[in-house]
Design a protein around this ligand. Sequence first.
Ligand code: PCA
Length: 203
Amino acid sequence: MPTLLLTGFEPFDGGTVNPSGEVARRLDGARIAAATVVGRVLPVSFERLPALIGELVDRGAPDAMLGMGLAAAEPMIRLEQFAINRAHSERADNDGLAPDDRPLDAVGPAARIATLPLGPVVARLRAAGIPARLSFHAGTHCCNLWLYHALAALERRDRRIPCAFIHLPCLPEQALATPTASMPLDLMVEAVRLVAANAIDQA
Ligand code: PCA
């Protein structure tokens, strides 16, 4: 049976919860279309992530791959079209590291593009009543790193594997602590299921 690798992140930047990790846990083992979901929660670590991502791709040989992360203050689901060859953060990651405007890969391309066509996916999300938008820049934190390195690892495979990154808004419980836009977990799960079904369809 084909597998879809679905990763989220652990809490970071002083947070106590990360919706992306919650969705990954919820959907681990789920059956979506003809595929089984392998859900994993990753550390928010500029240093450890590249090897972990490479290992997930090389050992797991997924047929489709989706990453998820939190974009605090974002009011809707955001599908990321590009990853850029840059790491920069004003605040430390979970290992205490805050890279200052440096390349992710000294010899890598300036950018990589998601291998899942995202326009139609955004349209389907919106048709299902879920607020979503296309984004052309995944930032310079670990979510951008994930997309850059996941696409690099998939380039080593002998066929094209659909891969994209989904930024999620805060959960309602996070908006209670700091006023911000939020979305219930169930709706995020529904959204990610829909994106996953499209990715599997393209596999
Ligand atoms: N969001 C951060 C990193 C981890 C996460 O959930 C980002 O947007 O890069």
